[in-house]
Design a protein around this ligand. Structure first.
Ligand code: SF4
Length: 374
C-alpha cells in the first residue's frame, strides 16, 4: 500500500504563523493544475506499482480548487496509479469555502473525508491569526458538511494563542464536541522563522508566546480527550476508534508516499525527496522541460532508524525495539532509555517504549537523544 499527497499552493490570505509553501496570487492556478497532472504522469513509477489506499489534498488551501478541478487531478491519479483499493480521499478545506454549492459539487467527486481548518472557536483568535474566516462561517461549514452527508470530518484547533485562558481552551474543546466530529488535530501555536508572527514578536508589536501556558493547555487537552473517548493516537491527533486518519497513520508507520506539487515530499524507504517550493519554477520545469524539480536524499541506515524513532515515539503504538533489531540490526542506547524511564518521561511494555503524558511535552528532544549515529 502507498499514499499520494497533492500540494495545492494557494491561499486567500497569509495566516500570521504559517510557514507552509503557498501564494496568495491565484493567477497561475490553471497552469499549476496542468503541471500537477503532468507530474503525476512523470512520477508513475515512483511507487513501483504499490496499490494506492489513500489520497490527501493538502496545502495551501485545496478547497480553492473547484470540484471539477479536483476531479480532473483525481482522473490523472486514476489513469496512472492503481486505486482499486482506495480507502480514504481527504480534502483540506477552509470554512469560508464550504458553502452549500461547493459541498454539493464535492459530493460528485471521490472525496470522502474533510479536514477543516477551523483553528479556533474564538473570533479574536481568528483575527489575531489573520484567518480568512469567522466563527459564524465555522458553524455554517460544519453543519452544512454534515447535512450533505460528510461524516468523516476532522478539524484543526490551535492552542497557546496570546490571552487564551485555560477555561476558554476547555470551552473550545466542549464546543467542538457539540458538532460530534470524530477526529481532530491540535497544535500549539509556534513561532516559525520568517513569518509575520515572528516579525511581530521581534519588533515588539506582540509579546513573546508563553510556552508554559501552551504546555498546560496541551496537558488539559490530553485529559479532555481521554474523558471524551478520543484515542490520542499521535501527539497532535485525536480520533474516535475507527476514525483515525489512514493517510497520516500510514506515514507514521513508514508506508511509502508520493508527494506531488511544489514543496511536496516523497518517501520510499530508501530515499526521501522534495520538490522545489516555487510555483513558477515548478510549472516551467514540469511543463516545458519535462523535469521534476526535486532534491533527493538517500537515507543511511541511521537516517532510517532515526526517522522510525522520531515518528513511532509520537504514536500510541510506540517505538518497537525488536523492530529496530530485526529490521536494521542495531539497538538504541539502553542507558538513555532507562534514564527517561526513571524520569517518568518514557514507559516500557515488553520491547516497546512509549512517551508518558509528561514525556509528550519533550517528544522531539527525547527522540533526538535516542538517535543513533552513523
Ligand atoms: S490557510 Fe493554511 S496554508 Fe494557508 S496561510 Fe493559513 S495556515 Fe497557511
Amino acid at each position: 500500500m502507498a499514499g499520494i499527497y497533492i500540494h495545492i499552493p494557494f491561499c486567500k490570505k497569509a495566516c500570521n504563523y504559517c510557514n507552509f509553501h503557498f501564494s496568495t496570487s491565484l493567477a497561475s492556478k490553471s497552469h499549476l493544475i496542468e503541471a500537477i497532472k503532468e507530474e503525476l504522469r512523470l512520477q508513475a513509477s515512483y511507487l513501483q506499482n504499490h496499490a494506492i489506499d489513500t489520497i490527501y489534498f493538502g496545502g495551501g488551501t485545496p478547497s480553492l480548487l473547484s470540484a471539477e478541478e479536483l476531479q480532473s487531478i483525481f482522473a490523472s491519479i486514476e489513469r496512472y496509479y492503481s486505486i482499486n483499493e482506495l480507502k480514504e480521499f481527504t480534502l483540506e478545506a477552509n470554512p469560508d469555502d464550504l458553502d452549500a454549492n461547493y459541498l454539493n459539487a464535492l459530493q460528485n467527486t471521490s472525496v470522502n473525508r474533510l479536514s477543516i481548518g477551523v483553528q479556533s472557536f474564538k473570533e479574536a483568535d481568528l483575527l489575531f491569526m489573520n484567518r480568512a474566516h469567522s466563527i459564524q462561517q465555522v458553524d455554517y461549514a460544519l453543519k452544512c458538511a454534515q447535512d450533505k452527508g460528510f461524516t468523516n470530518i476532522s478539524i484543526d484547533l490551535i492552542y497557546g494563542t496570546p490571552n487564551l485562558s485555560m477555561k476558554e481552551w476547555e470551552q473550545h474543546l466542549n464546543t467542538m464536541l457539540t458538532y460530534e466530529i470524530p477526529h481532530f488535530s491540535s497544535y500549539g501555536l509556534t513561532v516559525e522563522p520568517k513569518t509575520t508572527l515572528a516579525h511581530q514578536i521581534k519588533t515588539k508589536q506582540l509579546p513573546a508566546l508563553n510556552p508554559d501556558e501552551a504546555a498546560q493547555q496541551f496537558l488539559l487537552l490530553i485529559d479532555w480527550a481521554k474523558e471524551n473517548n478520543f484515542d490520542h493516537y499521535e501527539i497532535s491527533n485525536f480520533g474516535k476508534p475507527g476514525a483515525h486518519a489512514i493517510h497520516n497513520t500510514n506515514y507514521w508507520k513508514g508506508i511509502p508516499y508520493l508527494g506531488i506539487g511544489p514543496s511536496a515530499h516523497s518517501f520510499n524507504h530508501k530515499s526521501r525527496q522534495w520538490n522545489i517550493a516555487n510555483n513558477q519554477v515548478y510549472i516551467k520545469s514540469i511543463l516545458q522541460d519535462q523535469t521534476i524539480p526535486a532534491t533527493e536524499e538517500e537515507l543511511s541506515l541511521a537516517d532510517q532508524v532515526n526517522e522510525y524513532v522520531m515518528t513511532s515515539l509520537r504514536t500510541m503504538w510506540g517505538c518497537d525495539l525488536d523492530k529496530i533489531k530485526n529490521t536494521w540490526h542495531t539497538t538504541l542506547d539502553t542507558v538513555i532509555i532507562e534514564k527517561y524511564i526513571q524520569q517518568q518521561l518514557l514507559t516500557q511494555h515488553q520491547q516497546t517504549i512509549f512517551l508518558s503524558k509528561q514525556g509528550k511535552l519533550f517528544a522531539d528532544a527525547i527522540a533526538a537523544d535516542l538517535f543513533i549515529v552513523s
